[in-house]
Design a protein around this ligand. Structure first.
Ligand code: ADP
Length: 432
C-alpha cells in the first residue's frame, strides 16, 4: 500500500497539537523548525519520533512547524492550555530548590492528587522534566499501582532521575533489573500486586511507608536529590479510602506541597485539613486535552508495558531468556489468603483484616500459567521482612509441566534466576 504523504502543522506560540494514536498504528512525528516539547521534554529538530497506542500533546512556547506521518485517530491544535500555570508552578518549586541549595536543606516534596484522568501523570512528567532541564535531580515516586509508569503495573516505585525523560518511552520501559538501553532510570520497587489500593489498604499503606523510608534514606545520602526534592504521582482514589491514603502519604513522605488537579471539593478539603500546617495546597486546572481512558485502553496499555518489559521497544529491543525452573527451587508467595478477590466478592461479615498482610505459600501448578510474578530480593522467609523487601524484577510463566514439576519462565536476565521468593499478584498476560 502506498504510504500517505506526511502532513504539516504550523503552531503559534503557546499552542499545542493534541494527538491520539491507536494501538497497532505507528505515527512518526518530526519537528521541522522552532521549539516544541512533549510533557516537558524538548524535541530535537529533524528527528523522527515514533508513537503507538499513545495520547499526547506537542506543546510550543515560541511557535513551531511539525510533520506527522501516519494516521492519528484524533489530531487538532488547541490554543487554550494551562501550561503557563504549570510553568509558574515549576518556578515556585524551583525557588524552594534554590533556598534548599543555599541552606543545604530539603527541596520541595510535592504530592499530586485528583481523580482519574485529570493529567496527574502528565503534570508529574512536566514538573520533573522542567526540574531536570535546570540540572536538578528529583526523585519520581509513583504510587499509582494500576498503571506502572516506571515498570510493571502493581508496583509502588521511587526513581531518582538524572537524565531527561524519553519522549517516546516516557519514564522508560525500564525493567527493575534490566533497564532498557538509554534509560535513565533504575527504580526502587515494592510489589503490591493488585490493581487498586482499595483491594488491600493495609498492605498498600505498609508498602507506601516502607517506600517513604527508602526515599528518605536516599535523600539523606544524595545531596543533589535532596535539594531537588520529590514529585509523588498518585492513583485517582478520592473517596474515604483515598483520603486516608492521601493522609498517610503526606505523613510518610513529609509532603510540603499538595497540588490538586481538576477537583474543587478535594481542593477545598485539602485546604481545610492543612490550614494550620506548613503544607501549601495549590489548585491547578485540568488541561482540556487530557483524555479519559476506558478499560480496554488501560488494559492495552498494561499489555504494552508488560511486552516492553521483556522485549523492549522498537528503539531499544531486548531479547528475553527462557529458563526451565524446578518447582522445588522456588517458593511462590501471595499476600493474604483470598486477598485477590475484590472486596465486593467477600461473604457479608467476612473480615479480611487478619489476612491482609499474612504471607501464604502457593503451590505451583497449572493455575500459574501466563502469570507475571515479581522476584523478591529477600533471601529469608520472615513474614514482615519479606513483605517489606523490594523486588529485583519480574518473570512470566510461559509453560507449566506439572507432571515433571517444572515450569518455563521468561526473564530479562540470562541463566538461573538467583532469587527464591516470587510474589504472585493478580497480573496475567497472554504473550502474542
Ligand atoms: P491521570 O494521571 O490523572 O490519570 P494522565 O496524565 O495519565 O492522567 O492523562 C490521561 C491521558 O491523557 C494520558 O493518555 C495522557 O497522555 C493524555 N494527555 C494528558 N494531557 C494531554 C494533552 N494536553 N493533550 C493530549 N493528551 C493528553
Amino acid at each position: 500500500m502506498a504510504q500517505e504523504s506526511p502532513k504539516e502543522w504550523t503552531l503559534e506560540e503557546e499552542n499545542e497539537l493534541r494527538l491520539e494514536i491507536d494501538f497497532g498504528i505507528k505515527v512518526k512525528l518530526r519537528l521541522l523548525n522552532g521549539t516544541a516539547e512533549i510533557f516537558g521534554t524538548e524535541l530535537a529538530q529533524n528527528i523522527d519520533y515514533e508513537f503507538s497506542g499513545r495520547k499526547i500533546a506537542v506543546f510550543t512556547w515560541h511557535g513551531c512547524k511539525l510533520q506527522i506521518q501516519g494516521n492519528c485517530s484524533v489530531e487538532y491544535i488547541a490554543n487554550e492550555t494551562p501550561m503557563m500555570a504549570y510553568l509558574n508552578m515549576h518556578m515556585a518549586l524551583e525557588q524552594r530548590r534554590v533556598l534548599a541549595t543555599q541552606n543545604n536543606g530539603q527541596g520541595p516534596k510535592v504530592l499530586i492528587v485528583g481523580p482519574n484522568d485529570v493529567g496527574k501523570t502528565s503534570l508529574s512528567k512536566m514538573l520533573l522534566s522542567y526540574a531536570l532541564r535546570q540540572d536538578r535531580q528529583p526523585i519520581y515516586v509513583d504510587l499509582d499501582c494500576s498503571e506502572g509508569s516506571i515498570t510493571m503495573p502493581g508496583c509502588l516505585t521511587a526513581t531518582p532521575l538524572t537524565e531527561m525523560i524519553d519522549v517516546e518511552e516516557g519514564f522508560g520501559s525500564s525493567a527493575t533489573s534490566a533497564p532498557t538501553a538509554g534509560s535513565a532510570v533504575m527504580p526502587l520497587a515494592y510489589y503490591y500486586g493488585l490493581p487498586s489500593p482499595k483491594d488491600n489498604v493495609k498492605l498498600y499503606n505498609m508498602l507506601m511507608a516502607r517506600l517513604a523510608q527508602s526515599v528518605d534514606k536516599r535523600l539523606q545520602e544524595d545531596q543533589a536529590a535532596r535539594r531537588s526534592g520529590i514529585v509523588i504521582d498518585t492513583n485517582g482514589l478520592i473517596d474515604a479510602t483515598g483520603y486516608e491514603i492521601i493522609a498517610n502519604c503526606i505523613k510518610a513522605f513529609s509532603v510540603d506541597v499538595i497540588i490538586v488537579l481538576g477537583h474543587e471539593r478535594l481542593y477545598s478539603d485539602m485546604r481545610r485539613l492543612h490550614q494550620k500546617t506548613d503544607v501549601s495546597v495549590i489548585k491547578l486546572t485540568k488541561s482540556g486535552g487530557v483524555v479519559e481512558r476506558d478499560h480496554a485502553f488501560r488494559r492495552q496499555t498494561q499489555n504494552q508495558k508488560i511486552r516492553e518489559y521483556f522485549y523492549g521497544t522498537s528503539k531499544s529491543e531486548l531479547a528475553p531468556y527462557s529458563t526451565m525452573v524446578n518447582y522445588h527451587d522456588i517458593e511462590i508467595l501471595q499476600v493474604g489468603e483470598g486477598s485477590l478477590a475484590p472486596s465486593s466478592a467477600l461473604p457479608i461479615g467476612e473480615d479480611r483484616k487478619v489476612s491482609e498482610t499474612h504471607v501464604v505459600k502457593v503451590e505451583p501448578g497449572e493455575h500459574l500459567l501466563h502469570s507475571i510474578l515479581a522476584v523478591s530480593n529477600a533471601d529469608k522467609m520472615k513474614e514482615q521482612e519479606i513483605l517489606e523487601t523490594n523486588i529485583a524484577g519480574f518473570v512470566y510463566i510461559s509453560e507449566i509441566h506439572d507432571v515433571r514439576k517444572k515450569m518455563t519462565v521468561l526473564s530479562p536476565c540470562p541463566g538461573r534466576i538467583p532469587k527464591r521468593f516470587w510474589w504472585l499478584g493478580s497480573l496475567k498476560w497472554a504473550e502474542d
